[in-house]
Design a protein around this ligand. Structure first.
Ligand code: GMT
Length: 375
C-alpha cells in the first residue's frame, strides 16, 4: 500500500514508534511517506520506498500562533494527490488526527477517499488531550477516524473513561525489532563510563515532570550507598537542571553523568545493569522495552500501561508512584548479586522479545486492510 505517516519527528516515544513502523512497512514492500515538519530522528536512511515530505509553516507577523494544522492538512492533500496515497496513519491525536480529518474531507470534495488510522500514544490523551481547551476537538477527531488504535489496554480504558468515544479502539502494543539485538555485544565499551566494580544504572526520557526525575536520583542515591555505582541520565528537558542541582545537593554529582539527547541509546543500554522508570503516568513505557531488549532489567512505577511491559518479579519490579523506598529496595536486591542480576537480564530480554515487530506489524497491516476496504 501507499501509506502517509504523520508523526512528531523529535526524540520521544510516539515519533520513534511511527518511524520504526514506517521503516518496517517499507521493508515489507509498502511505499511509506512521512509527512512532518522535520526529518524524523530515527529515519537515517531514505530509500526508494521511504519518502519524507516537510511541512513548512511560513512565519507571518499577524499570527501570534503559526497555523501548523492548516499547513499539515494542505501538505497531506497535496501528497495524497501527487503520490496516490491510499491511507493516512496519524500518530498522536493532537493535532494530527484533526489535520488528517480535514485533509480527508478536502480530498472527498474531489472524489478521493483516503481512510485515516489514528494511533493514540499517551500524553495526547492523559495529559494534553483531556484539557478542556482541547477535549472537544480531540473527541471529535478520534470519533471521526476510520480506525483508532492505542498502544496499551490501559490507554484504551483511559481514553474511553475520559472522552465520549463511540468508536472501537484496537490495542496494538508498541514493538521492538529484536533481530537488531540478536547478538550479544562484546564491544560495549563499559570502561568509558564506569570502573569494573561499579554497577551502571540508566534513565532515558524527555525530562518532563511526568517522568518523576527526582525519584530517579533518590533511588540512585540509595543504591550508591550500598555498592559502587554510576547513574547515566540520557535526554533533555525542563527537569534536567533541577536534577543536576539535586545530585549536587546530595553529594553524588561525580557519580552521575548527564549525556543529553543521544542517537546511541543501544550502545548506552548495552553496558547498563538497571533501568529506572518511576513515571507518574506512562501509557506504555517504550524506553523500558528498549532497555529490556538490551538485557537491562527495569525498576518502574506501576502506573498506566507499564505493567503490560515490565512484569513484576520477572523483568524487574514495579512499585507505587513515588514509592522510592520500595524501588530502592528492589533495585539493591537485583544489583547486589551477580547471579540474580544475570537472571533478571535474561528474563528482561525474554519478555521484550514478545513485542517483536514480526508479531506486531501484521496487526497494523490488518487494520490498514480493514480501513481500506471500508472506504
Ligand atoms: O513519554 C513522553 O512524554 C513522550 C510520549 C510521546 O508522545 O512520544 O510518549 C508516549 O508515547 C510512547 C510511545 O507510544 C509511550 O511509550 C509513552 O509511555 C507515552 N508517554 C506517556 O504516556 C507519558
Amino acid at each position: 500500500m501507499k501509506i502517509a505517516i504523520v508523526c512528531y519527528p523529535t526524540f520521544g516515544g510516539s515519533g520513534v514508534v511511527a518511524t520504526e513502523l514506517g521503516i518496517a512497512l517499507a521493508e515489507r514492500g509498502h511505499e511509506v511517506h512521512f509527512v512532518t515538519y522535520k526529518q524524523p530522528v530515527r529515519l537515517e536512511l531514505l530509500s526508494n520506498n521511504i519518502h519524507f515530505h516537510e511541512v513548512h509553516v511560513p512565519e507571518y507577523p499577524l499570527f501570534h500562533y503559526q497555523p501548523y494544522e492548516l499547513a499539515l492538512s494542505s501538505k497531506l492533500v497535496d501528497t495524497v494527490k501527487l503520490y496516490g496515497i491510499e491511507l493516512l496513519h496519524v500518530h498522536y491525536a493532537i493535532p494530527h488526527a484533526y489535520a488528517g480529518y480535514m485533509a480527508k474531507k478536502m480530498l472527498q470534495e474531489e472524489n478521493i477517499y483516503v481512510p485515516m488510522i489514528t494511533t493514540l500514544h499517551g500524553t495526547d490523551i492523559t495529559l494534553v488531550g483531556k484539557h478542556p481547551y482541547y477535549k472537544p476537538a480531540v473527541t471529535f477527531s478520534i470519533n471521526k477516524s476510520d480506525v483508532v488504535t492505542s498502544v496499551s489496554e490501559n490507554l484504551k480504558q483511559s481514553t474511553l473513561r475520559i472522552f465520549d468515544i463511540h468508536k472501537d479502539i484496537e490495542v496494538i502494543p508498541n514493538f521492538i525489532d529484536s533481530k537488531k539485538y540478536s547478538q550479544e555485544y562484546t564491544d560495549c565499551q563499559r570502561s568509558l563510563m564506569a570502573n569494573d566494580d561499579e554497577r551502571i544504572v540508566t534513565h532515558i526520557s524527555n525530562f518532563r515532570k511526568v517522568k518523576h526525575i527526582p525519584d530517579v536520583i533518590n533511588v540512585f542515591h540509595r543504591i550508591q550507598k550500598e555498592m559502587p555505582a554510576k547513574l547515566i541520565m540520557v535526554g533533555e528537558g525542563p527537569e534536567k537542571e533541577g536534577a543536576e542541582r539535586l545530585c549536587d545537593h546530595l553529594g553524588i554529582a561525580d557519580k552521575v553523568v548527564f549525556l543529553g539527547n543521544s542517537n546511541e541509546i543501544d550502545r548506552i543500554l548495552c553496558f547498563s545493569d538497571l533501568f529506572l522508570l518511576p513515571s507518574k503516568s506512562e501509557s506504555f513505557g517504550l524506553a523500558a522495552l528498549e532497555a529490556m531488549i538490551n538485557r537491562v532489567p527495569v525498576i518502574s512505577s506501576n502506573t498506566g500501561g507499564i505493567p503490560e511491559v515490565n512484569i513484576q518479579g520477572v523483568s524487574g519490579f514495579l512499585a507505587d508512584v513515588g514509592d522510592v523506598d520500595e524501588m530502592s529496595k528492589k533495585a539493591i536486591y537485583i544489583l547486589s548479586d551477580d547471579a540474580i542480576l544475570e537472571k533478571f537480564k535474561q528474563n528482561a530480554h525474554e519478555v521484550a522479545s514478545k513485542f517483536d515487530i514480526l508479531n506486531i506489524l501484521p496487526l497494523y497491516e490488518e487494520v490498514y486492510e480493514k480501513a481500506y476496504r471500508s472506504r
